[in-house]
Unconditional design. Sequence first.
Length: 124
Amino acid sequence: MKILLISLLAFAGSLTNPQLDEAPGRTKRAVIKTSAVCEMCKLTIERAVYELEGIKRAELDIVSRNLRVRYDADLLTVDDIRQAVVMAGYRADDVPANKDAFDALPSCCQAEGACSMPGEEGGR
């Protein structure tokens, strides 16, 4: 009886585990630190990342500036995702923003230090 109860509890717990809906070795997760600070930044970055084939989920937390992604590792690498963020005009981890893309951002995102990480100028 104990074994049956333990098995049922383990099975019930697996139903709420989001990692079990992923094929092993295919869907991966990553967290990328960005230079975003506002809702416009969030929208711009999430749109850029969702344009990549293989993105399953992308969500930017403005407070932490962390972009959390789930992606198909058969189609993308973390560097591909970073590059999408960079080409949208934002820093991605230690990769600086593309200057032309940064210059094309809305003025709220270009304000002195608005989209930069501590110790950086203008998000680059």
